[in-house]
Write a protein that binds this ligand. Structure first.
Ligand SMILES: Cc1ncc(C[n+]2csc(CCOP(=O)(O)OP(=O)(O)O)c2C)c(N)n1
Length: 332
């Protein structure tokens, strides 16, 4: 299996192993969330779920282009980002099930995943709040001269917050090496961008800052990966911030594991037009096009599904933390 998060990435472009590796990650994330849907009704995962489904190409493409020591910050909707950056399926499910064996001993849940040793610095449920913290971490990297790049991920709703613009301004002014990654699904809970924003195209506004802009509407993981390589090259070579604007469609309700096309703010038809370019389906087609056999793809998919089943089975049998543990290291 191809090594993930390599130190040099340029030779991966156009490489069959890269295409397979990207598919392996996309399929793992999609399958893991499908299993959450299957098991959530058992009421053993006592954590609100903000599902990533639909956005996987963004998280996988970006994390593949980042180096192992680079750092990411995310939001309450970070399942895909967590798995793409850490590849730690066991910890992912242990945290969902709130078990003592999870890195955060089950105190994080779905919304507060974190694994700093793997560069997954943390996530926050307060919209946009991680962005300014990420700029601080990027500034610390600059002062230390350690060459690490920070990528901070957020939704289009976060760009409605003052702290986003203050963070962008200070990073542009002070030349801080950070990549702002806007995962734009066009909706904040149930409110469309045109009902919230006094401009048409955020990339034009951000283009006025000392911050280079990259955009992609494709949901194609290889295209996003190639763009991320360029954006990260720019951050590394200039030390200045960049902004990536990436469109996708959230498949499930804002919070929860169900579809919500009957609520009134969006339609089944809209979903279906996006689903035609589903990132997992598209990458599977890419594999076929570059000559990878159906048997090989099925074998990979079966292996991943088995690994997820085994992980969930193991996690379900783990213990919960003792009562005196659960109040440690949390704000009361
Ligand atoms: C500061 C703050 N205001 C409001 C909320 C309530 N809230 C939770 S999610 C959300 C919408 C965020 O939308 P977006 O940033 O586009 O992310 P998405 O849910 O689409 O991933 C809002 C308003 C909050 N958590 N924090």
């Amino acid at each position: 299996m191809a090594e993930k998060n390599k130190d040099t990435v340029s030779h991966w472009v156009g490489n069959k192993n890269l295409s397979l590796e990207l598919y392996r990650q996309l399929y793992t994330i999609r399958r893991a969330e499908e299993k959450i849907i299957d098991h959530y009704g058992e009421n053993e995962m006592r954590t609100p779920m903000h599902m990533s489904m639909g956005s996987e190409a963004i998280n996988v493409g970006l994390c593949q282009a980042l180096k192992k020591d680079d750092q990411v910050f995310g939001t309450y909707r970070s399942h895909a980002l967590y798995l793409a950056k850490t590849s730690n399926l066991y910890n992912f499910f242990a945290e969902m099930y709130g078990k003592d064996t999870a890195l955060l001993k089950g105190k994080g849940g779905s919304m507060h995943l974190s694994d700093p040793d793997k560069g997954f610095m943390g996530t926050s449920a307060i919209v946009a709040s991680a962005i300014s913290v990420a700029v601080g971490a990027a500034f610390a990297n600059k002062v230390k001269g350690n060459g690490k790049v920070v990528a901070t991920f957020f939704g289009d709703g976060a760009t409605d917050e003052g702290t986003f613009w203050e963070s962008l301004n200070v990073a542009s002014l002070m030349k801080i090496p950070i990549l702002f990654v806007c995962e734009d699904n066009g909706i904040a809970v149930h409110t469309r961008a045109h009902e919230r924003q006094g401009y048409k195209d955020i990339t034009q506004v951000i283009g006025k800052f000392k911050c280079k802009v990259f955009k992609d509407n494709s949901t194609n993981v290889e295209s996003i990966y190639n763009l991320a390589v360029q954006a990260l090259d720019s951050v590394r070579s200039t030390g200045a911030p960049c902004f990536m604007h990436l469109k996708y469609y959230r498949y499930l309700e804002h919070v929860g594991v169900n579809e919500d096309f009957d609520v009134g703010y969006r339609s089944q038809e809209e979903f279906e037009s996006w689903y035609k370019k589903d990132p997992i389906k598209m990458q599977r087609e890419t594999l076929k096009r570059i000559g990878i056999s159906e048997d090989k793809i099925l074998a990979l998919e079966n292996k991943i599904s088995r690994e997820i089943e085994t992980t969930i089975h193991k996690v379900k049998n783990e213990q919960f933390a003792e009562e005196d543990e659960i109040y440690k290291e949390v704000f009361k």
